[in-house]
Structure formats: structure tokens, C-alpha cells
Design a protein around this ligand. Structure first.
Ligand code: SF4
Length: 529
């Protein structure tokens, strides 16, 4: 059994409820490739029905750092089941920190990219016999003398990513309401931002201004003499996943086609930066140059558009993350021509130029504002992400962020998304204190984001949005949660509808900055915005 514990925290997903990440299906793909029968279960399902555990021989859990409480509970349940044998593996972002093994008694922690490591474990019969784990790269395990971490595994090459590894398509049916969910299909892996923070780290290290971060030689950017992890200081993607590698359009097509044939309606092309798709030469460590490879992007989107479900409008493909410094007029035109909807999700994190550079971001806050203007001019609905509680945040950066939130809203940004800072293992900001809701700067930023987002939601009043029923509402008995098929807010409507039912919803009331209430309309007055 593969348990998808991603975003489950202490046992119940509060956010991203309509999302299905690609990690657990990738694990299933390796097991299927080697003839092992597997199923994926959401952590919530296992918690509510412990007897499920009896049906399986071995356990793999995919989780994020924040999910350690639920993983602890699941591991306990696994150990207490009547069948006591069986191997346990934990992977995903939670596995970046081998110290979690002190609390989670798994046999193996798969660190970083998991496919090749899992494949080696399977082919060396880890599930059947004891093997010498110290000779397997990219894992941590508990040995006689404490936690043992083996040397890191090389990143999977671009060729191998498409040639050797295909996430399971079939196992999408294991997810409740997959027909209504956003299903992530990996397009690129890794991040091209190999700039670094200039703030002093918790371990005392600090940038000595050697110039490598700006070198014209792409491989030189990979090395920092001060050993500062690459990328934005709060993020562990470049250090864990390396520079971007793109999957071929043929394998992406195969996966999307298979998912749509099984009844999926919403696909998201997963990438830390979609505009890195087939861009530049390897290692791609310059986040802003060369520009996006529009021929490759047009080719991929053109093929996807030819799928019958896209032609008849019963399925929708979205693109999310994009770097502002690559988002140009030409990119917007190409995306628009493709007719594949893109709500650029752009991370700004802070509105202050100085703070922006200090945390290691690429480009500038004004690049983000320009990208939002371009996107809106082309009819897109950009989402912009801020973080409060970051190292280096002060009264001035907070003031600049509030000013920038207003400017972005005036420029037409669809939504400001504000996260609290969490320190991630493997990131430059590992060990920094996490944000607190009592923090005054954070409170100021939250108030402004809430104000901007509520105002935006009122723009939807009276409009009709095409949605897909997902699950019963927790907050209102007799209501169903409805996800927008294309762009639009999360909705709740009176009545019970089975997952996957297409609905036309007229928005009537703003319930919060993230939720609206609507009524079902019979006529297909599809929102044209
Ligand atoms: S490579 Fe390290 S020391 Fe050199 S400029 Fe970048 S962060 Fe500073």
C-alpha cells in the first residue's frame, strides 16, 4: 500500500483538498513496472478504516515535512496490525531530514528523487530478504550505531526521466473524487534558480560574494564555496531535485490521455516553473536566461489540445507556476494561442527589492508586477504568492509588501495568496524560527491580503461558472463543494451531487476570501470571463 499523506498534517487535509500530486503515482509506477501489485490510499481513509492495513504486505508513505504527526500515527497503526511482518518506506519532502527516523520507525527513508532508489530496492529484493542497505545510495535507515545516511544519488538524467519512469495511470482510480480533482502531471522536475540568499544562515555561513551565482558558466553556478543551498532561501527544490529536466511531450501525452480516458477532467501540468520546459542547455542554472522555449511549449500544448476531451470541452488542462522574469508578451501570446488556460502562479514573497534579492529570488518585484499586467492584458487570472515571517522581514519590507499587494490587485491579480514561513530541511533557511500568527508584520500582511481577496470575490457575484461536484461540504449540511472546471473560485451549492457531476453555478454570496456560495442554473450559461 502507498499512503498519500501529502498535506494531511495531523490527519485531515484543510487545503489542497481538490489536488492529487504526482509523487504517489510515481511510486506506484515503479512497483507496477516490476510486477508488484499496489494500491494508493489517502491517509484519511486509512485513519478512518484501520482494517485496510490488514490487506497489504508492505507500506510506502509519501508525505511532506508538515505531515509528520499523521505519519507517526499511521506507522503506529501499521505496527499494531496483526500481520507484523512487512517493509516500510517513507519518501517525499518529509524524507529530506533523516532525523525524522528518530520518531518514525520506518525501515528506509528514500531521500530526494525516489524512482531510481526505489527501483534498486525492488530489484535487490528488499521486500523479500534482508539486504545491505548501506550500499544503496540516497537513503537513510536505523543501524546499530544510530541513523545511517548513505551518499546522495545522482540526479536522474533528462533521457532516463522519460525513458525509464512512467507514473501509474491506472492507480488514479484509487483516489476518491478523482474525476473532480486537479491531477498533477509532471512536465519538468527541478528548478533553475541557482541564486542564493545573502542573509547569514543559522549555521553561521554567509555569502562571500564569489560571483558564482551570476557566472555565465552554468555548471559554475552549481557550486557555492560557502556551501549555501541554491535557490530561494525558503525553498528546498533546487537542493533536493537539482536543475530542471523536462519530460518528453510523448510521455506527457501518454499520461494525460490515459488519465482522461479513466474519467479525469482537470489536469495541471506540474512544474516548479513551467517556462523552463525544454529551455536552454543543461545544467539549466540561469533562471531568467535564455527566454522560454516557445516552440517546445507550443508543440506540447498543441498535442494536448488535440485530445478529444479537450476538443469537446469536457476536460481542462491548466498551467500554474511560472517565473516572472520569463513571462513576456511573447509567452502570453503563445499561451493564449494554445487555448490551454493558464492562471500564472507567480511567487513574489516580498514586495521589497532589497529583501527580494536578499532571500535569493531571481528577477525583481517589478518583474512580477509587469508579468501580472501582461497576463491580465491577455485575459489570464494570475495568482501572486507572498510569505510572511521570512528571515529578513522588517517594518520596511512589510510596508513595501502591502504597497505591492495593492499595486498587484489594481493591475488585475486574481488573488493574493499569503503563506506563513516554514523552515524546510535542505533549504538555506533550515533552522530559522517559523512564522507566528501573533507576529505583527504577519498580521498586517494577512489583513491586507484578506481585504484584497474578499473584494475580488465580489466581482464574481451574479456570474455563472462551470464547475464539477467534488464532495459534501463539512461546514453546511446538505451542501456540496464544487470546484471550478476552468478558472474561478471554490464554490458550495445546496443539494447533494456525486463526484464528477458537471454543474453550472450562479454565484450569489461571498462566504470568505476563499469560498463563495451559489445556486445551480439549468441553462448552460457558461461564464465567458
Ligand atoms: S556561490 Fe555562494 S558565495 Fe558565491 S555568490 Fe553565490 S551564495 Fe555567494
Amino acid at each position: 500500500m502507498i499512503i498519500d499523506a501529502l498535506s494531511t498534517g495531523t490527519g485531515q487535509r484543510r487545503s489542497s483538498r481538490d489536488s492529487i500530486g504526482c509523487g504517489p503515482r510515481s511510486v506506484a509506477g515503479i512497483l507496477e513496472k516490476h510486477g508488484l501489485n499496489c494500491r494508493i490510499r489517502r491517509a484519511e481513509e486509512v485513519l478512518s478504516k484501520k482494517s485496510i492495513l490488514q490487506q497489504f504486505d508492505h507500506l510506502a508513505i509519501s508525505a511532506m515535512t508538515m505531515d509528520s504527526p499523521v505519519v507517526k500515527t499511521l506507522m503506529k497503526q501499521w505496527q499494531h496490525r496483526s500481520r507484523s511482518s512487512g517493509r516500510t518506506i517513507i519518501g517525499g519532502p518529509i524524507a529530506s531530514n533523516p532525523e525524522v527516523l528518530r520518531e518514525l520507525s520506518a525501515d528506509v527513508l528514500v531521500m530526494g528523487e525516489g524512482e531510481a532508489t526505489l527501483e534498486e530496492l525492488v530489484t535487490r529484493h528488499f521486500f523479500e530478504d534482508p539486504i545491505d542497505l548501506s550500499s544503496v545510495k540516497g537513503i537513510a535507515f536505523r543501524g546499530a550505531n544510530g541513523i545511517h545516511v548513505t551518499p546522495a544519488r545522482e540526479f536522474i538524467t533528462t533521457e532516463a526521466l522519460s525513458r525509464d519512469y512512467m507514473p501509474s495511470i491506472t492507480r488514479i482510480i484509487d483516489y476518491p473524487a478523482y474525476q473532480a480533482s486537479k491531477i498533477y502531471v509532471e512536465v519538468t522536475r527541478g528548478c533553475s534558480n541557482f541564486r542564493r540568499t545573502t542573509l547569514p544562515l543559522r549555521n553561521g555561513r554567509q555569502c562571500s560574494d564569489c560571483g558564482n551565482c551570476d557566472s555565465e558558466k552554468l555548471d559554475v553556478r552549481m557550486n557555492c564555496p560557502e556551501d549555501i543551498p541554491p535557490g530561494c532561501g525558503f525553498c528546498s527544490v533546487p537542493s533536493t531535485w537539482g536543475p530542471p529536466r523536462s519530460r518528453s511531450s510523448a510521455v506527457i501525452m501518454q499520461e494525460v490521455k490515459g488519465l482522461l480516458e479513466l474519467g479525469a477532467h482537470r489536469i495541471v501540468l506540474e512544474s516548479p516553473g513551467f517556462l523552463d520546459y525544454m529551455r536552454g542547455s543543461e545544467p539549466l542554472t540561469d533562471p531568467c536566461f535564455p527566454p522560454a522555449n516557445l516552440d517546445a511549449i507550443r508543440g506540447l500544448l498543441g498535442q494536448l489540445n488535440s485530445l478529444p476531451q479537450l476538443v469537446d470541452g469536457t476536460a481542462h488542462i491548466a498551467i500554474e507556476n511560472m517565473k516572472a522574469c520569463l513571462f513576456t508578451e511573447a509567452v502570453a501570446l503563445a499561451l493564449n494561442e494554445s487555448k490551454i488556460s493558464s492562471s500564472p502562479n507567480i511567487g513574489i514573497e516580498t514586495g521589497s527589492d532589497e529583501h527580494f534579492k536578499a532571500i535569493g529570488k531571481c528577477g525583481s518585484p517589478s518583474d512580477v508586477l509587469t508579468a501580472v499586467r501582461i497576463a491580465v492584458d491577455h485575459g489570464m487570472k494570475p495568482f501572486v504568492y507572498f510569505i510572511y515571517g521570512l528571515p529578513g522581514e522588517d517594518a520596511e519590507s512589510t510596508k513595501e509588501s502591502i504597497r505591492m499587494m495593492r499595486a498587484l490587485s489594481d493591475a488585475g491579480a486574481e488573488r493574493i495568496i499569503l503563506y506563513g514561513f516554514r523552515s524546510l530541511p535542505g533549504s538555506a533557511f533550515e533552522g530559522f524560527p517559523e512564522s507566528s500568527t501573533r507576529d505583527e508584520f504577519g498580521a498586517q500582511l494577512r489583513r491586507e491580503a484578506e481585504r484584497v481577496n474578499r473584494k475580488k470575490k465580489t466581482d464574481y457575484l451574479g456570474r455563472v461558472v462551470q464547475g464539477i461536484a467534488a464532495e459534501p461540504s463539512w461546514a453546511q449540511v446538505g451542501y456540496t463543494m464544487v470546484y471550478p472546471l476552468q478558472e474561478g473560485p471554490l464554490m458550495t451549492v445546496p443539494g447533494g451531487f456525486s463526484a464528477g457531476t458537471m454543474l453550472q453555478v450562479r454565484i450569489q454570496r461571498v462566504l470568505s476570501s476563499g469560498l463563495v456560495e451559489g445556486e445551480i442554473v439549468r441553462e448552460p450559461e457558461l461564464e465567458s470571463r
